[in-house]
Design a protein around this ligand. Structure first.
Ligand code: FES
Ligand SMILES: [Fe+2]
Length: 355
C-alpha cells in the first residue's frame, strides 16, 4: 500500500520544538523530537518497556524520557537511562527512523534504513531560497494519498471546485498534455490562452485584462506534486514577458505523506518570485489557498467514502483530463509491486527550472 524506501515529509521544521510531536505516518505511530544538538529524531511512538506512547513523555537534556517510568532514549532509540538501576537492559531499544532536515521540512525514511540516501530527497529549494517568498500550510485529509495525486494531476477540477479563487472555464476547456521524464517523473501541462483572469489572479497577481495562463504538475512518486504555474498579458511572448517582468510565476509545492490507507498529511506551500517583500500578499495567498484546499478536502473526503477500500485503482469512466492521473497510478502501482524486490531505493528527481 505504501512506498517506503523514499523520503517523505514528517513535519514542517517549525513544528518540532521542545516537546515530542506524535504523528502517524504510513500507518505507524511515530514520535518526533529534537536532540541536544538540535537535530530532529524520529522513533516508534512506543516505549519498549510497557508500550506507553513515548510522545506522552518529555525531552530531557536532549533525549526523550518516557512519561510512564522514566526510561530515556536517544535519537537512535538507544536507552541511555533506566531509573533505579545502573545498567540498562540490553534489549531496551526503541525503533528509530532515519530523518533529515532540509528546506524547512523534516523528511523521514520509513523503509529499510540501510537504503536511506540523503541525495534522494526531493529538492524543494524554493522553500528557503531568497528569490522566492513562501505562503505555507497544512491540511489533514481523510482520503488516500492517490486521490490527492489524482486531484493535483487533473486541475480541470479548478473550474468546478474553485470558481471563487483559481478556477474559470478556460481550465477545463483546455487540453492536457502529459509526458514522462525518465523512469519516475510525470508532467501534466495545460496552456489556457486569452482567458479572463480568475479572482485569485486579479488580487494575487494584479491582472485585470485577459491573460495567457499555464500550469504544469510535475509528479514524482509516491506523492510529490510540484505545480509550476504562471500567467502574463494575453498574446505575450513568454521569454520577452519574463524579461520585462510582466509574468507572474509561482510554484505550488504539494507534499503528501500517507497517514493511513484512507488519510493523508498534506503539507503545501506557494512560492512566488515577485513582490517578495509584500507581507500582506503573503498572508492573502496563504488564506486564499487554504480556503481553496478546504474545497478540495471536502470533495476528496466525500469521494473516499464512496471509494470505500483504498485499493480502488480502476474507476468506471476515464476522461482525457485523467491522462496524468492514470499514468501516475500506473507508476505507483508498478513501484509498489516492485518494492519488495528492488535493490536500489526509488530515485526521486529534483526539479530545477530557471525562471
Ligand atoms: S512504559 Fe516507558 S518506561 Fe515504562
Ligand atoms: Fe483543487
Amino acid at each position: 500500500m505504501f512506498l517506503k524506501n523514499v523520503w517523505q515529509v514528517a513535519a514542517f521544521s517549525a513544528e518540532i520544538v521542545d516537546r515530542p510531536l506524535a504523528r502517524k505516518l504510513l500507518g505507524e505511530d511515530v514520535v518526533l523530537y529534537r536532540t541536544s544538538t538540535g537535530e530532529p529524531a524520529a522513533l516508534l511512538d512506543e516505549c519498549p518497556h510497557r508500550l506507553a506512547p513515548l510522545s506522552l513523555g518529555k525531552v530531557v537534556d536532549g533525549v526523550l524520557q518516557c512519561g510512564y517510568h522514566g526510561m530515556r532514549f536517544n535519537g537512535d532509540g538507544v536507552c541511555v537511562h533506566a531509573p533505579g538501576q545502573e545498567r540498562v537492559p540490553v534489549n531496551a531499544k526503541a525503533r528509530s527512523f532515519p530523518v533529515i532536515e532540509r528546506h524547512a521540512l523534516v523528511w523521514i525514511w520509513m523503509g529499510d534504513p540501510a537504503k536511506a540516501d540523503e541525495t534522494l530527497a526531493p529538492d524543494v529549494f524554493w522553500m528557503t531560497h531568497p528569490d522566492w517568498a513562501i505562503s505555507q500550510g497544512y491540511h489533514h485529509v481523510a482520503a488516500n494519498y492517490q486521490l490527492l495525486n489524482d486531484n493535483l494531476l487533473d486541475l480541470s477540477h479548478e473550474t468546478f471546485v474553485h470558481s471563487h479563487t483559481i478556477g474559470n472555464a478556460a481550465v477545463a476547456d483546455s487540453p492536457l498534455a502529459v509526458s514522462q521524464d525518465g523512469e519516475n517523473v510525470i508532467r501534466a501541462h495545460r496552456d489556457m490562452l486569452n482567458c479572463e483572469p480568475p479572482p485569485f489572479y486579479v488580487k494575487a497577481a494584479g491582472f485585470t485584462g485577459r491573460i495567457d495562463r499555464w500550469h504544469t504538475t510535475i509528479f514524482t512518486p509516491p506523492a510529490c506534486n510540484i505545480i509550476e504555474n504562471g500567467s502574463m498579458p494575453a498574446g505575450s511572448n513568454k521569454e520577452e514577458a519574463r524579461r520585462k517582468g510582466l509574468t507572474r510565476e509561482r510554484r505550488v509545492i504539494n507534499l503528501i505523506t500517507p497517514e493511513t490507507e484512507t488519510s493523508s498529511h498534506y503539507f503545501w506551500a506557494i512560492a512566488r518570485c515577485y513582490a517578495l517583500e509584500d507581507a500582506e500578499l503573503t498572508e492573502y495567498i496563504r488564506a486564499e489557498v487554504s480556503r481553496t484546499f478546504d474545497e478540495d478536502k471536502l470533495i476528496l473526503e466525500a469521494q473516499q467514502v464512496r471509494v470505500r477500500g483504498a485499493h480502488f485503482d480502476t474507476f468506471p469512466v476515464t476522461l482525457r483530463a485523467d491522462a496524468g492521473a492514470v499514468q501516475a497510478r500506473r507508476l505507483v502501482g508498478r513501484l509498489l509491486a516492485e518494492q519488495e524486490r528492488r535493490d536500489t531505493p526509488l530515485q526521486v528527481v529534483a526539479q530545477r527550472e530557471p525562471v
